[in-house]
Design a binder for this molecule. Sequence first.
Ligand SMILES: *[C@@H]1O[C@H](CO)[C@@H](O)[C@H](O)[C@H]1NC(C)=O
Ligand SMILES: *[C@@H]1O[C@H](CO)[C@@H](O)[C@H](O)[C@H]1NC(C)=O
Length: 418
Amino acid sequence: MVPSNRDQRWPNYEKRKAGLLVLLFTHAAYAIGATGAEASGFIAIPLVKTYNLKEPDFDPPNSLFVNGGALYGESQPDTSKLLHALNLDIEWDDYGYLATIQIGTPPRDFKLLVDSGSADLWVPGEGCQAGDGSGDCGNHTLLGPTFSSSFRHSGEFWMVKYGSGPVAGHIVSDHVTVAGLTLKSHRFALALRESKHYTLNRTLYDGIMGLARTVGWNHNLPSLVESLHGAGLIKRPIVSYRIPRAADGRSDGELAFGGMNPAKYKAASVVTLKNIGPIRFWEARMDSIVINGITLRIGRRSAILDSGTTFILGPRKDVALLHTAIPGSRFSDGLWYIPCHTEVVLSLSFGGRAFPIQPRDLRATPLNKDDPNAECKSRIGEMRGRGGSQWIVGDVFLKNVYFSTNLEKNEISLAELA
Ligand SMILES: *[C@@H]1O[C@H](CO)[C@@H](O)[C@H](O)[C@H]1NC(C)=O
Ligand SMILES: *[C@@H]1O[C@H](CO)[C@@H](O)[C@H](O)[C@H]1NC(C)=O
């Protein structure tokens, strides 16, 4: 998720009313192309964990495709190994990707949304409340002194605001185990107020694992990969993503720490890109967009590669140009529609290599449930509130490639999947 970049203040706990207002506006930003958010003067980085694309009869997602594959380092951590990996579970229809880590003494499982677009790790704390006063933080695993004897509270305030709303609490420390590697007294955040989105029982993750660069974020919390590297548990501060697709029905999703997993990508296809984002993000120069072999004239563009964003979001002009090149596309009421059975081949080019997106990844829900073969909402949408040359490239693209970030070199690698 790419947090809002304008208003970083959050209502403290006393100013609950103001908080509610903010929450309402942020939720407006859920809908791709929604207007209210812009008018409010509040950021509209349209979203991210998009449960509600203006769909009144939308079934709430509550299915989880559990990745059962046996992987590295689960039971016998061997720190001489280069790679230590976690399975990635799929939230609903590829809306998000979840990894399970252990926190506390005794260690308990926490399911976290894997987010290369933010930097903080947080889990809900004992006493956590919904920011709108509607109740507790739902059916999620909580952390606190009752559950963990190694839990330590710093009392320091913490807050981050995502497209789907703010989360606030305190900075704490506890033992954290990732793919069998244990960090003693890792510093992270404990959420005590969450926007409604995160408290829902149907939200299948407890908290968020931010894997962006930590420079430029407010609280200077070390990311998991920084701590693992600093503690000598991984040799290189690299995180690699094999983002899976629910429709494939395979357990091939993986989040690897320490390197790239040679079993998951074609070695000859790797392109390595300089991170051009000055702070915060994994951002690469995007050479071009190619549709059915034709290169669109969009000029100099960059892409924030964000596993925590479901869709692909771009400047309005680019998004319009792109859809216009898709046969049968249509724009209506702020949204783009494409034929559900489009066979269009759309590629994003990085480092001189075009990476195609499977046509089925481009479509979201059918417009008309009674005619699911007709028009579908596009999974490429307009973004507001950021410069006209920046894209946020989420899972719609990332599940078509192998994606890796290297903190030490400040580089991003992309490769074709094996
Ligand atoms: C959420 O789950 C908890 C525990 O299972 C349950 O007590 C609570 O009523 C649920 N909340 C809603 C709104 O369904
Ligand atoms: C609460 O969470 C547990 C474990 O994730 C799940 O099995 C159960 O169905 C959930 N209950 C509700 C009411 O969502």
